[in-house]
Ligand binder design. Structure first.
Ligand SMILES: [Zn+2]
Length: 313
């Protein structure tokens, strides 16, 4: 069984060289050398929190304000995933973060779909799903509503689900419960970032709105009642080990709760979250499980099975 990525952010998985070229093309001069850009796009080992981790996205987002740029990076990411030996993956991004040059969320989303389709066509064997992210924040409710509308409009045309991303410690999932319910009522498949850096309540909301999957969700290891509900409802956790270490929600690989969660019977999918920001990939993530958490080949295959079953397409 092949590896699959289910939790991968486009804007956190850009080729450094592409960002460099886009900066030149778009005449964005930040006084950086290419080496410095490379350093800035990857999280330092001294990173203290999820909020600091999210800072890494600021520069890449500056070059992702046009449909052309979005089309290019979506295309390249699918190619990069194919190069890692995969034939299926789901990638995600928030169109509302790319509208600062006056393009609409729909133009941006269509560009991503187009880039993905181009790569799929060239490869001939790769299937990619696109997850539309809403953003945690304040004053962006209309933008989030538009994201829901667009996810619904393009569902089945590469788009496969809706998510909410952003700073969980600042904006709790509870603030977005109504929006998430609206999305669920439209029969949109849902995956929700929750239980990463937040609290039990974030997981409660995700469960209450009947999410199909949870991004991270590792906090659930502390609560037997949550674990029971995850198992009863066949909810898969998209676990990203390196990312959790960098955002300091887990202090060492050996202490990562993925071992305990898996042993308790929770469905797990392993992902890299952000290949560039976290400086990792799916092969490296599985290696961490084998070398630090004693996952056997059979257990790894069980995770691959869970991943296939949790795939939206
Ligand atoms: Zn994520």
């Amino acid at each position: 069984m092949k590896n699959r990525e289910l939790h991968l952010h486009i804007d956190g998985s850009l080729r450094v060289n592409t960002v460099w070229q886009l900066m030149k093309e778009q005449k964005i001069d930040l006084g950086l050398t290419k080496d410095k850009l490379d350093t800035i796009m990857k999280v330092p080992s001294t990173c203290k929190s999820l909020d600091e981790y999210l800072e890494r996205f600021k520069i890449p987002l500056k070059v992702l304000q046009t449909p052309n740029a979005i089309e290019r990076v979506s295309y390249e990411l699918v190619k990069d995933l194919a190069d890692l030996g995969m034939d299926y993956s789901e990638i995600r991004f928030a169109p509302q973060l790319s509208i600062h040059n006056g393009f609409s969320q729909e133009e941006i989303l269509k560009a991503a779909i187009s880039g993905i389709k181009q790569a799929e066509k060239e490869l001939g064997y790769f299937k990619a799903g696109l997850i539309v992210c809403m953003m945690r924040g304040q004053g962006n409710e209309d933008l989030n509503k538009e994201s829901i509308y667009l996810a619904k409009k393009y569902l089945g045309d590469t788009v496969c689900a809706l998510d909410i991303a952003g700073a969980e410690t600042i904006y709790s999932t509870r603030n977005f419960e109504k929006l998430l319910l609206e999305a669920k009522q439209l029969n949109l498949p849902l995956t929700i970032h929750a239980g990463e850096a937040g609290t039990k309540d974030d997981l409660e909301v995700a469960l209450a709105v009947k999410t199909d999957r949870i991004g991270h969700g590792i906090l659930s290891v502390k609560y037997d009642d949550i674990i029971e509900r995850l198992i009863d409802n066949n909810i898969t956790l998209e676990v990203c080990v390196s990312s959790n270490l960098q955002t300091k929600v887990v202090d060492s690989v050996d202490n990562h709760p993925v071992r305990q969660l898996f042993d308790k019977g929770v469905r797990i999918a392993i992902s890299s979250d952000n290949m560039t920001v976290s400086d990792t990939n799916i092969i490296n993530e599985f290696n961490l499980l084998k070398t630090h958490l004693n996952f056997t080949d059979q257990e790894i295959n069980q995770i691959r099975q869970y991943t296939e079953e949790a795939s939206f397409l």
